[in-house]
Ligand binder design. Structure first.
Ligand SMILES: [Fe+2]
Length: 256
């Protein structure tokens, strides 16, 4: 059982690269890579449909089928508006947010970091999730619908008990998302299993699709005994104990 999950893990990486899920692009952005880095020979992942490594910008990937290809399940006008207007807006928003954040790093003035971090989370999650979403669908009878392959069915059964049980939970989760959001089947690397999640909106406050490399716990339980309300002192002290080697290893693993 474990072997098939491990194989799926590899297959998943291939799939993500092939379909343009933006793990790599997001990592490149968060790690400060850019088109210049690509030109200088820095270790940059193969170009993905949602990210133009040469330009150092996110781009709107084309739909992998015609606007009307998913009818009658989803009509052509909805697809056109959704992709050309809404998704394109996320791409623009993400590029703008990351440009503003780069300007802050250059100037040292981080006064608006909260605002632009929120914008990056909102637009980034929108871009990454939509890029996956388009490739998660195909015309009925031409790759769309039917049943999962026996290999995927086995993995779903390992995680959820059965394919039907997964489908039931996924449908219920998607139906009951409060307000705007997503139903999401996600791979959870700690246990090497899959989970079904709901995302209310999608910007609170992470980017779906990124891989954490360096995290700092700023819940009060992490510092209050020593620092009380002086969170800034705790954050400053963190840099005295950060394990850069571990960060480098995580970046290497995630961007392979
Ligand atoms: Fe959407």
């Amino acid at each position: 059982m474990k072997d098939s999950i491990a194989e799926n893990r590899v297959n998943r990486r291939d799939l993500l690269v092939g379909t343009g899920a933006l793990t790599g692009g997001a990592i490149l952005a968060s790690a400060g890579f850019s088109g210049a880095a690509a030109a200088s020979g820095a270790p940059v992942k193969a170009q993905l449909p949602g990210f133009d490594a040469a330009a150092g910008e996110y781009v709107l990937p084309p739909l992998p089928y015609a606007y009307d290809a998913l009818e009658p399940s989803i009509d052509a006008q909805t697809m056109q508006l959704h992709h050309d207007i809404h998704h394109a807006g996320y791409v623009r928003g993400l590029n703008t947010a990351l440009t503003r954040l780069a300007e802050m790093r250059a100037s040292g003035d981080f006064g608006l970091v909260k605002h632009w971090s929120r914008q990056a989370a909102f637009a980034g999650s929108g871009h990454f999730l939509h890029t996956v979403f388009w490739t998660n669908m195909a015309p009925a009878g031409d790759g769309g619908g039917g049943e999962p392959s026996s290999e995927l069915a086995e993995s779903l059964t390992e995680s959820f008990g059965s394919v039907d049980a997964f489908r039931g939970q996924f449908s219920a989760a998607a139906r009951s998302v409060e307000g705007s959001g997503w139903g999401i089947l996600a791979y959870e690397p700690v246990s090497a299993r899959m989970q079904v999640l709901q995302a209310e909106k999608h910007q609170n406050l992470g980017q779906w699709g990124v891989v954490p490399l360096l995290v700092l716990d700023v819940w009060e339980h992490a510092y209050y005994l020593n620092y009380q309300n002086r969170r800034g002192d705790y954050v400053n002290a963190f840099w005295n104990i950060v394990n850069w080697q571990n960060v480098a290893e995580r970046l290497s693993e995630a961007s392979r």
